[in-house]
Each structure stands twice: as C-alpha cells, then as structure tokens.
Design a protein around this ligand. Structure first.
Ligand code: NAP
Ligand code: ZN
Length: 350
C-alpha cells in the first residue's frame, strides 16, 4: 500500500515529499496510522550521511506514536483503535542470548532498525516514521497509556526516553546517588526528568547558559555551565554516574575528572567524529569507567512508558509541520530546541 512520506534521496539534498510502499500486514503485523513522530539527532546524522552506510532514499523517524488501523490474523495483543508506539527497533533475530534476555538492541545477529536496515520489503531497507503509516511485527509495538492529549509529547519517549532510562537504571540512579546529565537536548532533558524521578541528586551540564533556569525546571538540583571552569571544579571527584548525551566530539576528561572512585560515565551520543582519546591516568586513579549504552529492549521500553505514564512524565516539545523539517534540523545543530521537535504527521496529507 502506498503511503505519503518525507525523506531524502542523498545526504546533500533536503528532505522532500515522496510516496513509499508499506507491506500488507502479515499474520503477526500491526498497521499503525502515525499521529506524531519525534525528531532525533540520529535522524539528522543518518539522513545527512554523517554516519557511514546510509541507504537512500532515507526516510528517518523512530519516535512514533499512533493508532492501530489493522492487525494480522495472529495478533492478539492489539486491536484497531489502540494507541501504540514504535521506537528504534522493528525486528531482531529473536533467538540469540541477547534477544532471549529481552535485550533486542544487542541482538547478536543484528537487529532491524526502524529505518536504514536491510529488509525484503521495497526498496530493500526500512523506512521510518516521517510517514503516514507503518507496518510492524507485533512484538515490536508498545502500548501507550498516557492521556490522549499528551500523545505528541509521548513520542520522544520512544527513543530519547528509553536511551536515558536504560543506563540510569543499569547504573542504579536513585536516592543517595549523585548523577550528572551532560547536554540538555532531546536526550538530556529526558535524562534530567528521569534521574530526578528516580530520586537521584541530579546535576545538569550545559554549554548553553540560557538553559540554566530550564534545567532547574526540568528537575535538576544543580546546573553547571560547562564552559565555566569554576562551576566544573566545584564538582570534581563527586559523581557516582554521569550520562553524556552530547552529539559532538568533545574533551571527555572534563567529565571523567568529576567522577568519584568507581564512578562511571556512560556515553550515548554518537558524534560524526570520534572524541579525542581520554586520559588513562584520570581513569586509573580512582578506578573510573567510561561506558556506552544503546537505546533499550522492548520490555524495558514498555517499563519506561508505564513509569512515565504513572508519573505524568512526557517530553517538552515544539510541534512542527513536516515541511519545516530542514529548518528544525538547522536549529537542532545549533542546540536551539526546547527540547524536542515533534512532527504532526497530519501535515503529510496537505
Ligand atoms: P540534541 O537534541 O541535538 O542534543 C544534544 C545536546 O548536546 C545539545 O542540545 C547541546 O546541549 C549539547 N551539545 C551540542 N553540541 C555540543 C558541543 N559541540 N559541545 C558540547 N555540547 C554540545 O541531540 P539528541 O537527539 O539528544 O541526541 C544526542 C546524541 O545521542 C546524538 O549523537 C544521537 O545520535 C545520539 N543518540 C544515541 C542513542 C543511543 O542509543 N546511544 C539514541 C538516540 C540518540 P547544551 O546546549 O545543553 O550544551
Ligand atoms: Zn533516536
């Protein structure tokens, strides 16, 4: 079936309207009419060819919420009209040890990403949520229980939410822990909200002095402007955990120096160019670690959605029509988004 979408034919071309084909729902498929799709910095990295291996045409979008419009004969968990979400994953091998542990994002045979993964359907790779419809295997569809009027602001939870929730849980953010969140963008602002909700003493690090008050309003207990050496020095050697969401290459030592003994800094940003090599001495004096983390598995994503629904947590968003996507990317590159653009997918129809 043909559906309207927005994507690019090359990394140096703007995104434009295109018609794409979605498969007819198979027995285990859920067809979703997409209401809203968040705009992740990964979309920009991928569609502009900042990461290797982009397949064109590229239709980005992996923060999808919408309503079920058809289900296959074997689908029992969902029915027409249900409010659902789809994140960064639409399939995995489902039999390796990672999949068996519910960690589909670490599938040993390679997961199928919501966009830019090879599949049998035309045009030979997955196409994402900047589209009117998507068809997804029911195991990779999430239930959304937030209030109906929060739906647009729920969309960013499907990537920004889970990508911050998963490491915060893994490194046990909670009461008695001092947690830093670096970079107050789409991921970072969710990191501040979630760390605060988990009960950790939360410190936001930003390069943008004008985000200071916002960071406090998001739930940070303290804010440090990272360009200010005195504000950084105040936190030396004090953090149990730092979650670094920065989308650009930068000096990691500025943050590893802030870790307490046995502290960990987890990187989730994937900049186009690697960071300068961090100092080994800073790590060994204090048994500090640098780690990484990739989104989250399906069961943890559902857990995160339920955690947020129970507490009324959503993203802070700015809604855009799809025709404004290139302008939104330009602003995201300047760290000028408060704090996530979300596409109103109804604008694809005009
Ligand atoms: P975003 O909204 O653009 O936020 C990134 C923030 O980083 C900016 O708002 C800015 O915050 C800070 N920043 C930007 N340039 C900087 C620089 N040169 N030096 C220091 N700080 C800078 O991006 P996002 O959507 O949150 O994504 C962040 C990164 O995570 C991207 O690389 C994305 O691809 C990656 N990602 C990874 C995963 C995963 O599973 N690991 C999942 C999703 C996204 P301040 O203004 O506060 O400094
Ligand atoms: Zn993302």
């Amino acid at each position: 079936m043909t559906t309207k979408a927005y994507g690019a034919y090359a990394g140096d071309k703007p995104l434009e309207a295109m018609n794409i084909v979605r498969r007819q729902p198979g027995a285990h498929d859920v067809q979703i009419d997409i209401a809203f799709c968040g705009v992740c910095h990964s979309d920009l990295h991928q569609v502009r060819g900042e990461w290797p291996g982009t397949m064109y045409p590229c239709v980005p979008g992996h923060e999808i919420v919408g309503h079920v419009s058809a289900v296959g004969s074997a689908v029992t968990k969902f029915k027409r009209g249900d409010t659902v979400g789809v994140g960064c994953l639409v399939n995995s091998c489902q039999h390796c040890s990672a999949c068996a542990d519910g960690l589909e994002q670490y599938c040993e045979n390679g997961f199928t990403a919501t966009y830019n993964s090879v599949i049998a359907d035309a045009p030979g790779h997955t196409l994402g949520g900047y589209a009117q419809r998507i068809v997804v295997d029911d195991k990779f569809v999430l239930k959304v229980t937030h209030a109906a009027d929060q739906l647009a602001a729920v969309a960013p939870l499907l990537c920004a939410g889970i990508t911050t929730y998963s490491p915060l849980r893994h490194w046990q953010a909670g009461p008695g822990k001092k947690v830093g969140i670096v970079g107050i963008g789409g991921l970072g602002h969710m990191g501040v909200k979630l760390s605060h909700a988990m009960g950790a003493h939360t410190v936001a690090f930003t390069t943008s002095a004008n985000k200071r008050q916002d960071a406090l309003d998001l739930g940070a207990d303290e804010v440090a402007v990272s360009r200010n050496a005195d504000e950084m020095a105040k936190h030396a050697g004090s953090f149990d955990f730092i979650l670094n969401t920065v989308a650009a290459s930068h000096d990691l030592n500025a943050y590893t120096n802030l870790l307490h003994r046995n502290g960990t800094m987890c990187l989730v940003g994937v900049p186009a160019h690697d960071h300068p090599s961090p100092s080994v001495a800073v790590l060994i004096f204090g048994r500090r670690s640098i780690a990484g983390s990739l989104i989250g598995g399906l069961s943890e994503t559902q857990e995160m959605l339920d955690f947020c629904a129970e507490r009324g947590i959503v993203a802070d968003i700015e809604m855009i029509a799809i025709q404004k996507i290139d302008e939104a990317y330009g602003r995201m590159q300047k760290s000028d988004v408060k704090y996530r653009f979300v596409i109103d997918n109804a604008s694809l129809g005009v």
